[in-house]
Every structure is written in C-alpha cells, then in structure tokens.
Design a protein. Structure first.
Length: 326
C-alpha cells in the first residue's frame, strides 16, 4: 500500500516555501544553491548557501537557480528542490509524493514544463501547477470561485503578478519581471552612479528594508553604506538618505503601478465594480515596501488591503489547492 505525501511549494526567485496540506509552513528558505565548481557537487542549499554569497572561495559558487520567476539552471533547481522536499517530511519507500507548485502567470509553456520536470526530477510522482496570483488569492481568503471580481497583486523576488479573478479563473492579468530583485538592483546601480560605491545585493536589500520607500513617510532618516570605491578599489562608506533611495526605487515602482493600471483598464465593468467594493489585495514579500500600499491607493482610488501574512499567501494557496483536489 502506498502512502501519499502531499506538499505545496511556492517556488520563488528569492525564497522557497513548502507547506503541508494542513497549511503549515514546514520549509522557508532562500532559493540559493552553493556548488563546488570542480566536482559540480551541491555543497549547501537555502539559508546555509545564502550566507556564502559573496564570501566563498574560488572553488565554491553560491547562485540563485531562478531568475525573474523562472528556472535559469535546471539541475541546480532540481537539486535544491530535492533537498527541500527531503527535509520537509519523513519519507519511506512506500510514499508517493504529490506536489502543487506555483508559477508566475506570464510563463511560457516551455517554462511551465521546466518547472514540472524539475519537481519530478526532485522525486515527485504527481505534479500540478497553479498560477501565483490564483494561489495568492486563495491564500488570502478571497472568494475566487464566486461570481464576483477579486483583484490580487503578488510582488515577489522576481515578478509582479497582477490578476482579476472570478469564477475560479483569471479574467484579466499582467505579469512583469519586476520584484524585490529589481528594487535591490536599482539601489546597487544608484550607489555606483551617484557615489562611485560598489555594494553587494545583500547590502542593497538591507538598505531597502531599513530606509527604502515608495513615497514619503514619517521618521525618514539616513544610513551609512559600506562597499568598494570604484575609483581606487579601496574600501569606502557613504551616507544615503531615505529620499535618495526612494528616488533610486522610483523607476521599478512606476512599472509596478503601470501594470496595475493596465490590468484595470481591460477589466470588465461588472468586475471593476466588485473591485471598487472589495478593494485590491497586495501579497508577496515586496508588498511590504514602505508606502507602496498608500501609493497604489492614491493612483487607483481603490482601497488596498494587505493580508495578515502576505509572504505566506502563495504557499497557503497551494495547500488549499491540495485539499480541494482530494
């Protein structure tokens, strides 16, 4: 007799979350793999691998196998998933693994197949894909199967997925390759161009979390950033203000706002009326950028809600999909 092990996976560019069918998050780790260049052997995954980024000897490279929400390195993604799935629960020879995994709404058929193949290569016997905005809406508790319009904006590490959902389907959507990574890269580029300072992605993420914003906020300040001087190659530090970082983030933030407005423009009038009544739901890690919620409200004149656990919504949605499939 085969026992079934059902797991939901939010395969993100920045982080991977795995939950069981009861909705409990059992794995929450960065989507990072550390590999020995000579032997091609995976040395570490997740938190342990992320700690190695920018600090490894020449023989080991720490990489993120996903880019802009899709698989950039198939073998590394398979190895990472295999490690996460193995750690997520006990497994015996008589266990069948069934997986529901999220993908961005704008992926191609080839990219969908790559995700499915990677999960099967990692040990799953049954694989079902769910689009990220649908999973996010399920995880946020929206009535996606009712004859009413629900709008969700899921902003992860690699993509921003905007969707209007009704009767269990996506009525209008837009997916752009802008997310937390693009925000971090914008800070890196700003420091290069304005301060001749080269900083790492982890430093840029820290700056974003501490003083980054989409609009002005109370208690704005400044912080010291350390890196390498691009002129003479020596260590250097520079002080930057909240206003400077907001200016650096303005371009990717405007692209997110553009995607939201484009989706609203092609939404059916009846569904638009529902969205005005119910509001817009904002999920994903990058939804927590200071002032983003308020800026979207200003531009759309629609109330914006952030669920209690915005980072977990997609993973929880995969869990709900698992239960419904039974």
């Amino acid at each position: 007799m085969l026992f079934s092990r059902d797991i939901g996976i939010d395969l993100g560019t920045a982080d991977t979350l795995i939950c069981d069918k009861r909705g409990r998050i059992v794995i929450r780790e960065p989507s990072v793999v550390a590999v020995d260049v000579k032997s091609k052997r995976v040395v570490a995954t997740g938190d342990e691998a992320k700690a190695m980024i920018g600090r490894t000897p020449g023989s080991i490279v720490a990489v993120r196998p996903l880019k802009d929400g899709v698989i950039a390195d198939f073998d590394m993604t398979s190895d990472m998933l295999r490690s996460f799935i193995y750690r997520s629960s006990k497994r015996s020879l008589f266990t069948k693994t069934r997986v529901v995994i999220s993908v961005p709404s704008g992926v191609t058929e080839v990219e969908r197949r790559a995700v499915e193949d990677a999960v099967r290569s990692a040990g799953a016997q049954e694989v079902e894909l769910i689009e990220e905005p649908m999973a996010a809406a399920l995880g946020a508790g929206l009535p996606v199967f009712d004859a009413t319009g629900s709008m969700v904006i899921d902003i992860g590490g690699g993509t921003c997925d905007v969707a209007v959902i009704s009767l269990g389907g996506i009525a209008a959507s837009k997916s752009i390759k802008i997310g937390g990574d693009a925000l971090d890269e914008a800070i890196v580029n700003y420091m290069k161009n304005k301060h001749d300072l080269l900083i790492g992605i982890n430093t840029a993420e820290d700056v974003k979390l501490k003083i980054g914003s989409a609009r002005e906020y109370d208690g704005e300040g400044a912080m010291e950033i350390k890196g390498r001087n691009l002129v003479n190659g020596l260590p250097k530090s520079a002080e930057v203000t909240s206003a400077e970082i907001r200016n650096a983030l303005s371009e990717p933030v405007e692209k997110i706002l553009g995607a939201i407005c484009e989706t609203l423009e092609v939404t059916l009038p009846e569904l638009s009326a529902d969205i005005i009544d119910r509001g817009i739901y904002l999920t994903g890690g990058s939804s927590q950028l200071r002032g983003l919620k308020e800026l979207i409200q200003e531009r759309t004149n629609i109330e914006v809600h952030i669920p209690e656990k915005p980072l977990d919504c997609v993973a929880l949605g995969t869990s709900i999909k698992l239960r419904r499939a039974k």
